[in-house]
Design a protein around this ligand. Structure first.
Ligand SMILES: C[S@@+](CC[C@H](N)C(=O)[O-])C[C@H]1O[C@@H](n2cnc3c(N)ncnc32)[C@H](O)[C@@H]1O
Length: 191
């Protein structure tokens, strides 16, 4: 579902961010369907993830379209100095690797807040959250609380979830920035 939403937006996007590169599958999807003049950024805190993402891009000859960054997505503003059209988060842990290294509510909210500041009018953020594991549940609760507070005049915010899946299925959040400037983002956990 996230890919379908992104797919519709990619032809109009110039600056695209995969905030959680992982094994690179989402990054490859973005690079493959982005315009030829688009720039894709991919962030991950694990070197293993960045190596895998770079290799997957290389295998598919999309390496020149993507800048891979070994750093937290909450530092997105240290690297990206232009407006962004798409930011996508696929939260949780690296499939096939340690389950202890996972996204956390605090840094995820910081990264979304910064992404909102960078987002172009009509730009979107998609976030897939996994409430089926313990830290994922806390993260999802925080996301629901914070995203629900975004002002209706400036954002369209929605969520989507399978209803007939067992064990707390993933939740997809979609944040669309309406045209016009945003005065401020939502509060971080410390606020
Ligand atoms: C579910 S995986 C992403 C899957 C990936 N998009 C794919 O297509 O394979 C989540 C990733 O988020 C990364 N991650 C965790 N905390 C992060 C952070 N603060 N900044 C960037 N990436 C983070 C993990 O290392 C892990 O690789």
């Amino acid at each position: 579902m996230a890919h379908q939403i992104l797919f519709m937006r990619l032809p109009h996007a110039h600056c695209i961010v995969d905030a959680t590169a992982g094994n690179g599958k989402d990054t490859l999807f973005l690079a493959k369907h982005a315009r030829s003049d688009a720039r894709v950024w991919a962030f991950d805190i694990q070197e293993e993830a960045i190596i895998k993402t770079k290799q997957l891009l290389l295998d598919n000859q999309y390496q020149n379209k993507v800048k891979c960054i070994l750093d937290s997505h909450c530092n997105i503003d240290h690297y990206i100095k232009e407006k962004v059209d798409i930011v996508t988060f696929n939260l949780g842990y690296l499939p096939g690797s340690s389950h202890t290294i996972t996204t956390s509510a605090e840094t995820t909210i910081q990264a979304i807040n910064k992404s909102i500041q960078l987002l172009n009018g009509n730009g979107i953020i998609t976030i897939v959250a996994y409430p089926g594991h313990m830290s994922g549940k806390a993260e999802n609760n925080e996301l629901l609380a914070q995203l629900s507070k975004l002002p209706q005049a400036e954002f369209n915010v929605g969520c989507w979830q399978m209803l007939n899946q067992v064990n707390e299925p993933p939740v997809l959040y979609i944040v669309e920035k309406k045209r016009g400037e945003v005065r401020e983002g939502f509060a971080s956990r410390e606020d």
